[in-house]
Design a protein around this ligand. Structure first.
Ligand code: ADP
Ligand code: MG
Length: 358
């Protein structure tokens, strides 16, 4: 069993309290992604799990053991960093074997593990090359291989794809997902890239300011964000936010139009006149007038962006910008006013002040 659990974790750097009483668990075999903007404490949390920094409070449990005071090498983890941190003078094979040699693992066991990792990562033809003779993507495969040979149940990744170009990043992302399926090990993966999080994770922990905002499946995070921060951080282009005030079972926008929200499941019943923000994703808006069960809005077109597979139409509702994702053949002109509609059940409503889901 290789569950990873962090309990009431506190980490400070001097006077800066980065993590305050943080709790999170990655279940055995789970792919857990820590997602958040730069500086929110993702690496700090991962390094605390790995034992690479001093914590000021709380506990770290791995595989049912309290490892809070154990050395990184004794925690049963393999770690992959953004910078590959390979030894430049050693071949790929030497890099894979080095840690095992230092740990006194028998020669034929090292050979067996290196061969297995090399096969999994398809780097057998590269084993005799030095890092300088490898591309960025190949180097990162070797770095992943170096974690794999440790034969552990838990892998920690800190933005392993951030140094690669977009195409390689996409390819290696798929490889990492395959690897997780094949190994069935527990993976905790740090990224600021919401696409990586959505594609890789069993569950995502969205972090901001050292605090986990929401811990849920990618689908739940995308469909029912618990607050405006999560809503805006996940999804590209971002969820649209339209300001207004609550009126009956709907919301009156700044430009005076009323949008009925019958069918929306309120998380908390807002009072009449409460300032609120309607959140609606670009692909949830249909360019057709409201009919039974849908809510209607008028949007004025400002810019049209053809993107190949689809087209983004940028519009305004009062002073709020609203993007709408439509098919590739749609043609709209700036200035045109569109009657659009959406299903209230798929929308989000947030409190204007606290940002909490209403
Ligand atoms: P992330 O990985 O989410 O980008 P980090 O965990 O690296 O964020 O950093 C969280 C906060 O802690 C940031 O404000 C960062 O400046 C600070 N920090 C991280 N490491 C140190 C350190 N060694 N000394 C002082 N401050 C640090
Ligand atoms: Mg980081």
């Amino acid at each position: 069993m290789a569950e990873v659990s962090v309990r009431d974790l506190e980490v400070s750097f001097g006077h800066l309290k980065v993590l305050k009483s943080l709790n999170v668990t990655a279940n055995d075999g789970e792919f857990l992604v820590l997602l958040g903007p730069s500086g929110c404490g993702k690496s700090t949390l991962l390094n605390a799990i790995a034992g690479l920094l001093d914590i000021s409070g709380g506990q770290v449990w791995i595989g049912g053991r309290n490892v809070t005071w154990e050395e990184p090498k004794d925690r049963g983890i393999g770690m992959v960093f953004q910078s590959y941190a390979l030894y430049p003078r050693m071949t790929a094979e030497g890099n894979l074997a080095f840690g095992l040699r230092m740990a006194g693992v028998a020669r034929d066991e090292i050979a067996r593990r290196v061969a297995k990792a090399a096969a999994l990562l398809q780097i057998e033809p590269l084993l005799k090359r030095r890092p300088a003779e490898l591309s960025g993507g190949q180097r990162q495969r070797v770095a992943i291989g170096r974690a794999l040979v440790r034969d552990v149940g838990v892998f920690l990744f800190d933005e392993p794809l951030s140094n690669l170009d977009a195409k390689l990043r996409g390819e290696l992302r798929v490889e990492i997902k395959k690897l997780h399926t094949e190994l069935g090990s527990t993976m905790v993966y740090v990224t600021h890239d919401q696409i990586e999080a959505l594609t890789l994770a069993d569950r995502i922990a969205v972090m901001n300011g050292g605090v986990i905002q929401q811990l849920a499946t990618p689908k739940e995070i995308y469909r029912r964000p618990v607050n405006r921060f999560v809503a805006g951080f996940v999804g590209s282009p971002s969820m649209n936010f339209v300001s207004g005030t609550v009126s009956g079972d709907g919301i009156v926008l700044a430009d005076g139009q009323r949008v009925g929200l019958a069918g929306y499941e309120f998380a908390a019943l807002p009072g009449e006149g409460r300032r609120a923000v309607l959140g609606i994703r670009p692909e949830q808006i249909d360019i057709r007038p409201a009919a039974d069960g849908t809510a209607g809005m008028k949007l004025a077109v400002s810019v049209v962006e053809p993107m190949g597979a689809d087209t983004l139409v940028w519009t305004n509702a009062g002073s709020d910008a609203v993007s709408v994702r439509v098919g590739p053949d749609a043609s709209f002109a700036p200035g045109q006013v569109l009657d659009v509609s959406f299903q209230p059940a798929v929308a989000s409503l947030f409190d204007a002040e606290s940002g909490a889901r209403l």
